[in-house]
Ligand binder design. Structure first.
Ligand SMILES: Cc1cc2nc3c(=O)[nH]c(=O)nc-3n(C[C@H](O)[C@H](O)[C@H](O)COP(=O)(O)O)c2cc1C
Length: 169
């Protein structure tokens, strides 16, 4: 497997924990992890494969560190030839109308910049009303729901990581 860099934005630490779980699931020394608050453009450009993940705040807004990081990427990073997978955290019971919007916001911002997106996920098993993260009939990345139990989230992360092991090869 080629090296992967994971970048996360997290306010209360939930997304940080998910990002670390995803890193662990790869069982590889070649998966690096960065807090978007401190990540540099060189970190983004270092590896062909990147995973981006953050929470949704407000009602359908990006987590603030990640928003700044994304703007920095848009201004300065060359994404040509990169493979990108996206995950997002959210809460479908309290915010069913903007569930995990962060995934779709990131995708729409970076689409057309020369990268390929991998890691789509079926909406089966998620309870919500609407989400900006659905393209066609699937989530464009992996939503992790505060409202789901830990086992379900672990299962979803395991399946997703296995998918990425082949899609990011
Ligand atoms: C004020 C506030 C607004 C939120 N807005 C949304 C939202 O619009 N959609 C959603 O899916 N989750 C929303 N959430 C839930 C968070 O995204 C979720 O708790 C996430 O796990 C937080 O991750 P973090 O602590 O790593 O930033 C909101 C939470 C708070 C406290």
């Amino acid at each position: 497997m080629k090296p992967i860099s994971i970048f996360y934005g997290s306010t209360s630490g939930k997304t940080k924990k998910i990002a670390k779980n995803i890193q662990t699931n790869f069982k590889s020394d070649f998966v690096e992890i960065y807090d978007a608050k401190y990540a540099k453009i060189e970190d983004v450009e270092k590896h062909e494969n990147i995973i981006l993940g953050t929470s949704t705040w407000g009602k359908g807004l990006l987590q603030s560190d990640f928003e700044k990081f994304l703007n920095n990427i848009l201004k300065h990073a060359n994404l040509k030839g990169k493979k990108i997978a996206i995950f997002g955290t959210g809460d479908s019971s309290i915010y069913p109308e903007s569930f995990a919007d962060s995934i779709g916001i990131i995708f729409e911002a970076l689409e057309g910049k020369g990268a390929t997106f991998v890691g789509e996920v079926s909406t089966d098993g998620y309870q919500f009303e609407s989400s900006l993260s659905i393209f066609g009939d699937k989530f464009i990345g992996l939503p992790i729901d505060d409202d789901s139990d830990e086992d379900q989230n672990k299962y979803r992360m395991t399946i997703w990581t296995e998918l990425l092991k082949s899609d990011l090869s």
